[in-house]
Design a protein around this ligand. Structure first.
Ligand code: C5P
Length: 228
């Protein structure tokens, strides 16, 4: 049984404006609804647990989408705290060895073929797998607004979501990071800390995370194009 975990408790400070970015509209729906539908329309995914902030007044109250359960819990101060809260709140029938796919609410343009390949990779080994893409731009190290040096980009990837891990292993890894005060910005880095070597699955570049107004314009375009 595979469940989706959606951290959606962020305030979206980097985007600006009063609306947390998971509730921004693109192609007629809030970003989080696109993300949930992308996950729940996949035949292998049985349900979704969404972490919301305690004062969220925008949550539309879904209890199911695509005929599958949508459950909610209260998230935490950092993304990793929200993911940990959601993992702990999953129904008991989702065992420790069950795969969970953690996906940002602000990534609306996830496609089924990426989910297929991610699940296949995660099921092929014990350490989990994530979607990502090789870095294509030249990378500069900045110091006081000037280029200090050019960093080699060979072997560097950008990490996307979903990220797929066994529920028990990911819960233990995130708990350990939290207990030691280490802030991890994705699930894989929590797993790496405890010695795992997750697989990298090259995903579609259009699975973008909406962080700026320009991202929202692009997401809208891609969502409309994907329907044609
Ligand atoms: O801010 P960032 O783009 O890294 O957020 C990625 C995802 O994590 C978003 O869906 C956001 O709502 C979520 N998040 C969360 N709890 C936080 C901070 C971010 O669930 N405390």
């Amino acid at each position: 049984m595979i469940w989706a975990v959606i951290p959606a408790a962020g305030s979206g400070r980097r985007f600006g404006g009063p609306t947390p970015k998971q509730y921004l509209q693109a192609a007629g729906k809030p970003l989080i609804e696109h993300a949930l539908i992308a996950l729940l329309s996949h035949p292998r995914i049985a349900g979704a647990m969404v972490a919301l902030s305690a004062d969220d007044e925008r949550w539309p109250g879904w209890t199911e989408l695509c005929g599958k359960p949508v459950l909610r819990c209260v998230g935490g101060g950092e993304r990793a705290d929200s993911v940990l809260a959601a993992l702990r709140a999953l129904p008991a029938q989702v065992g420790d060895r069950a795969l969970v796919l953690v996906h940002d609410a602000a990534r609306p343009n996830l496609r089924g073929d990426d989910i297929d390949r991610l699940i296949a990779a995660a099921e092929s080994g014990a350490d989990g797998a994530i979607l990502g893409a090789p870095v294509r731009d030249t990378l500069k190290r900045a110091e006081a607004g000037r280029i200090a040096r050019t960093e080699p980009r060979d072997g560097l990837w950008r990490a996307f979501t979903p990220q797929a891990f066994a529920r028990g292993a990911l819960t233990a890894a995130l708990s350990d990071a939290a207990a030691r005060g280490v802030i991890v910005t994705d699930e894989a880095s929590a797993m790496e800390r405890v010695g795992a070597k997750p697989l990298l699955v090259e995903g579609r570049e259009d699975n973008l995370k909406v962080t700026t107004p320009a991202d929202l314009v692009l997401a809208e375009f891609l969502l409309r194009a994907g329907r044609d």
